[in-house]
Design a binder for this molecule. Structure first.
Ligand code: GLU
Length: 536
């Protein structure tokens, strides 16, 4: 009678709903990523999505996207698109789920919780029928009073046991209030006791033991919309999730979730709780914060121009420290080949290290062709640095030649960690950028004056170098390193010092890739112009 009073509009039975979500009948794991469309994607979200994707796909299973949009206050327009698109740039694609704020694919939907109200209510109705759930009419004020009383006698806080004042309200009284339109929430009638334990084997944290839940938690809010707890149980059951992998802020709610699965008569999925990504501040660890740390936002990596593979490789490395060994042994394998092991993940929270990310990214980029580096830098620059994009586009061949320096061999150069580094890396090849820089150290005019006399762009590399060596000796520098090391006091310096002076004159920098290659690319006219500034 109570169930009909509260849920008269629900005509389907739980069995009928269940029949619409038949068992998937597949061997592999079914995982999901279940974000709220708040418009902000935290790096921890990408991390979780990556792990879920791997756990499904490395077993031939299914990975789907469920949008948890029951809290309209937190939702932003375009939030779903933001999630789908930003994950897609990192190669994270879903087999099923929401594809935009209005579209979706897959047989286990709707995949947006806001579209599933009647599904949740079907199971809520059934719990009421079984005497496992009941309406609670307490106002905020009344709940506050209960809390104060509990505080004053040092009882555990919350709505449970004898404090659950509406638990056994007679039907007639409930009916009167419902008919009057008094708002109510629906609560689970908990049989749990803090003296008893629930056990669970967490995929990351291992065996966990926690006290049972004794609270009559809210399962439907006064607008009939479910709480996270209830929606999670209903959705993950119907959608056939085998592995719930989520942030460990949910670990403390696990007893509630296990209880819900039990009371609903369902087998609970496996759980794995991911510790948050941490950051070192001084000597203490704290969570990467959306407010304080720009690198907490997934959009940051796009803005800085990290290739998505670099970020993914870094996150794999953060998930499993053995990833690095694997990468060393399989330098050319796609990262998709790596088999992630959840049991090897950090229990307390992996430390985010941007230097490590840069290292990994430099290696990723060092393996790309010059053309690919050009294409990706240009794509980035078109959004974030239009002037530089124009410079790149003005002479593609020239830019690709620059980017080809030191690339392709056994030990490629690793100068570039992200596309926003490229402009600085290439700057001295462009007169307009070179003009904005200053020599990194003083240029010895005597050396350049002499060098200009022998400089010939058509020299091959050996001739070029021999000329510099001979000139060095003539000017009192050691042409031979051994001789220099044996008696340094006999020389003004050595041929390396002379080369550095020439390098600075041509590039304004003391550290660059091969100077011969640079001069060949810059060309005779420009090299001579730069040298001539120092001729006395
Ligand atoms: N919407 C929840 C969150 O964003 C989902 C947690 C889960 O994966 O179950 O934290």
């Amino acid at each position: 009678e109570l169930a009909e009073l509260l849920f008269g509009h629900i005509t389907k039975t739980p069995q009928e709903v269940e029949a619409e979500f038949p068992p998937r009948g597949i061997e592999g794991n079914v995982t999901r990523f279940a974000p709220s469309p708040t418009g902000f994607m935290h790096i921890g979200g990408l991390f979780a999505a990556l792990i879920c994707q791997r756990v499904a796909h490395q077993t031939g299973g299914v990975f789907f996207l469920r949008i948890e949009d029951t809290d309209k206050k937190r939702e932003v327009e375009g939030g779903v698109e933001e999630i789908v698109n930003s994950l897609s740039t990192f190669g994270i694609e879903f087999d099923e789920g929401a594809t935009s704020s209005t579209t979706e694919k897959g047989e286990y939907g709707p995949y947006r919780q806001s579209q599933r109200a009647s599904i949740y209510q079907t199971f809520a109705k059934s719990l009421v029928e079984q005497g496992k759930a009941y309406p609670c009419f307490c106002t905020e004020e009344e709940l506050g009073d209960i809390r104060s009383k509990q505080e004053s006698i040092k009882a555990n806080p919350g709505y449970y046991g004898e404090w659950a004042v509406h638990r056994d309200m007679p039907f007639e009284q409930v009916k009167e209030l419902v008919i009057k339109g008094v708002p109510y929430v629906l609560r689970l009638k908990s049989n749990g006791s803090l003296d008893k334990k629930v056990e669970c084997k967490d995929g990351i944290k291992g065996k966990i033991e926690m006290p049972q839940n004794d609270q009559d938690i809210v399962i439907l809010k006064s607008d009939g919309i479910p709480t996270y707890h209830f929606a999670h149980a209903v959705d993950d059951h119907l959608m056939g999730t085998t592995d719930v992998i989520r942030g460990d802020e949910w670990l403390s709610s696990l007893p509630v979730h296990l209880q819900l699965f039990y009371e609903l008569g369902w087998k609970a999925p496996r759980f794995a709780h991911i510790a948050p990504v941490m950051k070192l501040e001084g000597s203490s660890k704290r969570k990467l914060s959306k407010r304080k740390d720009p690198e907490a936002a997934v959009s940051y990596y796009h803005q800085m121009g990290y290739p998505s593979d670099s970020v993914i490789e870094y996150l794999l490395n953060l998930a499993n420290s053995s990833y690095e060994d694997w990468r060393r042994q399989n330098p050319d394998a796609p990262h998709e080949d790596y088999v992630l092991d959840m049991k090897k993940m950090s229990v307390s929270g992996a430390l985010f290290d941007i230097i490590k990310l840069n290292d990994i990214s430099k290696t990723v980029i060092s393996k790309m062709t010059a053309q690919k580096v050009y294409d990706m830098t240009l794509e980035w620059a078109k959004i974030y640095d239009k002037e530089f994009a124009a410079l790149l586009e003005a002479d593609e061949e020239y830019a690709v030649r620059i980017l080809a320096i030191g690339r392709g061999g056994k030990k490629p150069r690793k100068d570039i960690a992200k596309w926003s580094d490229v402009k600085d890396y290439m700057a001295y090849f462009y007169d307009e950028l070179f003009a904005q820089s200053q020599p990194e150290a003083e240029v010895d005019k005597e050396i350049i004056t002499e060098y200009v006399k022998i400089f010939d762009i058509n020299d091959d590399k050996d001739v070029w170098f021999n000329k510099i060596r001979d000139m060095s000796e003539a000017l009192g520098y050691a042409g031979d390193m051994k001789a220099y090391k044996a008696e340094p006091e006999k020389f003004k310096g050595n041929v390396g010092d002379v080369s550095t002076i020439i390098r600075i004159a041509v590039t304004n920098r003391s550290n660059t890739p091969d100077l011969y290659d640079i001069m060949q690319i810059i060309g005779e006219k420009r090299t001579a112009q730069r040298l001539n500034k120092y001729v006395v």
